[in-house]
Design a protein around this ligand. Structure first.
Ligand code: FMN
Length: 397
């Protein structure tokens, strides 16, 4: 599918959209232009329809094609939504989930990667609200081509100038290339905590929110994989397109992994699986007066260990949440469990890890090599993990 959607907003740098369109056409891409109503006040849509040979979409309620729900139909046809130039207004609308015109509605309808190239004056770009909106969108997996410092239309030097067209187009092609890199591959990803019950109302668990696993699933989907997501209980929304298998306990998780492992190409165990469960589980609530003085715990199945033995040609990735000797312990785990990579994080660090939108990790490989990340969003960390998997798949693992 060689078709992209180009959102064009009412920025002074709107004229650069012509060059962007040409660059995609040179690579045989069809470009469907979507303009905001305000953008049409700066340049006539006629220019873009002449360049693309297609009707430019502006209005959500166009009478011309009353039977079509164009934003939904088009969402299934494009491999990328690029917004260039993007105004502060549109970035704010995207960040808040507002859908009051075609472009902002379309943003919520697409499953393909979204890339935004902002352009505005320095004060607007550096405004706390704009920066908060950009941060929020990054956390949902939206990518940005950062604007540059330079001469602005307001006759000032400063941040906010639209990134060079070549940079916007190169980043777009990177995302487009990626969107096919896992085509035909099946990813089995586990996420979230498990719960080990002692009775119907009490359980052993941990603070995992599932965010890391869900971001990994989203990233694999964006690269064209079929994703089976085995998830413990969480309060977050699963990425659209993933096949979800809900579980509570480690044993249930093991059962689901066993069911899908034979056809999986990649297993990523991001779930925080409880190591122990209660030796007995009461079917009735245990009364206060009958509360046992001691509790007996038994180990839960070691899912990674078990499937590491049956690895075959699959790629196996584990996670290690550690409080000390993080990389040393992670390396041991990677070797013991026959993993291709382990993602280690130090859970004592504030502002990352469990429940946070951020993580700071080291990718540890069984040969002792490692790659350290800075503190980044879980979406960025998942891109880093998938880049390594992509390289391994490319080498025929
Ligand atoms: C000539 C002109 C140039 C503008 N350039 C920009 C710009 O570069 N970036 C921006 O965020 N807003 C710019 N604005 C303000 C936006 O057009 C305004 O916020 C508008 O409501 C955005 O609408 P839209 O996001 O639906 O296109 C400009 C306005 C005018 C009149």
């Amino acid at each position: 599918m060689k078709k992209i959607a180009l959102g064009i907003c009412s920025s002074i740098s709107i004229y650069k959209a012509c060059e962007i369109i040409r660059s995609f056409q040179k690579e045989d891409y069809e470009v469907q232009v979507i303009m905001t109503e305000n953008a049409t006040k700066l340049i006539s849509p006629r220019l873009f329809s002449a360049l693309t040979g297609r009707r430019v979409i502006v209005d959500l309620f166009k009478d011309e094609f009353p039977d079509e729900i164009a934003h939904v139909e088009l969402a299934g046809e494009v491999s990328l939504l690029l917004v260039a130039p993007a105004t502060a207004n549109m970035i704010g609308k995207f960040a808040s989930g507002i859908a009051d015109d075609f472009l902002s509605t379309f943003h919520l309808a697409v499953k393909c990667p979204v890339l935004i190239a902002p352009a505005m004056n320095e004060a607007m770009f550096l405004h706390k609200q704009t920066q908060a909106n950009i941060k929020k969108l990054r956390e949902t997996g939206v990518r940005f081509v950062e604007p540059e410092k330079g001469y602005l239309a307001c006759k000032d030097e400063g941040w906010g100038r639209l990134a060079p067209v070549e940079k916007i187009v190169d980043t777009s092609f990177q995302l487009l290339h990626r969107s096919q890199s896992f085509a035909g591959r099946i990813f089995l990803i586990t996420a979230g905590p498990t719960r080990e019950y002692s009775d119907p109302v009490r359980y052993l668990s941990n603070p995992s929110s599932g965010k890391m696993g869900y971001e990994l699933a989203r990233e694999a989907l964006q690269r064209g994989a079929e994703v089976i997501l085995v998830s413990g209980p969480t309060h977050i929304i699963p990425p659209p397109g993933a096949r979800i298998k809900w579980v509570q306990t480690a044993e249930e998780m093991e059962r689901e992994v066993a069911r899908f492992f034979p056809k999986a190409d990649v297993l990523v165990m991001a779930a925080a699986v409880a190591d122990h469960r209660f030796s007995t589980v009461s079917s009735q609530k245990i009364k206060k007066q009958k509360k046992p003085k001691t509790i007996h715990l038994v180990p839960t199945p070691d899912i990674l260990q078990k499937f590491g033995k049956k690895k075959g040609k699959r790629i196996l990735v584990g996670f290690a949440a550690e409080t000390e000797k993080v990389e040393e312990n992670a390396l041991k785990k990677a070797m013991q469990k026959n993993l291709d990579m382990i993602v280690a994080n130090d859970i004592t660090k504030k502002g990352t890890g469990f429940g946070s939108d951020y993580n700071q990790v080291t990718l540890v490989f069984p040969d002792g090599k490692s790659i350290r990340s800075s503190k980044r969003t879980k979406s960025e960390i998942s891109a880093m993990v998938m880049d390594v998997i992509e390289e391994k798949i490319g080498k025929g693992s």
